[in-house]
Design a protein around this ligand. Sequence first.
Ligand code: RP5
Length: 354
Amino acid sequence: MGENNTYKPVISKSAYIHPSAVIIGNVEIGANVFVGPNAVIRSDEADHNNHVAPMIIEDDVNIQDNVVIHALAGSTLKIGKGSSVSHSAIVHGPCEIGKECFIGFGSVVFKASVGDGTVVMHKALVENAVIPEKRSVPSGTIIKNDEDALMLEPVTEDLSAFAGRVRQNNLNLLNSSIYKKTNYKMNRAPKIAVVMGSKSDMDAMKECINVLDDFGIPHEVRIISAHRTPERAHAFAREATDRGLQIVIAAAGKSAHLAGVMASMTTIPVIGVPMQTSDLGGLDSLFSVVQMPGGVPVATTAIGRAGAKNAALLAISILSLNDNSLNERLKEYRRAMQHAVEMMDDEVCVAIPC
Ligand code: RP5
């Protein structure tokens, strides 16, 4: 991960990213870009200066299903305006794909530069080569150096027209009713409810909400008190299943019993987060959440911010049982943590030789 782990994707509001796609790190995605199901776009490897090089996906680019775009530490990657990367292709940096290019099904482009308007058909390999502009790489071709690349025929009018049609079809997808953002949002009914007893709990619970946001999990946030708004608490828990909620995260402080009340009225998993308190430091909250009598379980996290963060991760872990892509992202999250600790160890070993 980068310096202070601050590398986050910057995605144009007009881009469409399928919910199962994974976008991590120093990635910039331009206007009208379409990213299809299960695509993975990662710029996450830090160089020796702890810097993660930018990965730039320019406007109008189409990244189809199962495409993998990644780059070696310290190397840049760019995909030029209007290019299409088709199903299951791999584009690995260092790499530059020019404007209005086409990369076909299952092709691999690595340590290479592809000139504007070039069409790489299916299952081709382009490695360690600079392909000039407007060339044609037939299906199955292996290009392993610049000499191979210079032998390539110019792209035909037919192939250019084909790439143009793919480009236009992709732009049309952005406006189709299937992918229109409004529909997509309507389909994104919350899976997780984050409920807290008071607005004063929000500071700690931001840790939970931020993790859900980072993983792109649709969620809702409510302030409901088990004791001050008991009817609302009961109704909320009773209706949770019918509303499609899959997990309730309930945070409360002192002897407020929000998580237990929720758990008594629903059979979906309830995760309780004990809030820190000024009087007893949160031990009061912990006991009121953790000591549920047998029969009505509440999974209880640590007190305060760490518990809030872990509540989100536990909820994601439960959802990932039925979602491979989410499971992969969870594994990636763990790897990033591991890497961050290893970097700390490296720094300490430099300061105080091991
Ligand atoms: C609990 O009482 C809330 O969850 C909060 O942690 C605590 C204090 O609530 P406020 O007095 O700040 O509303 O019900």
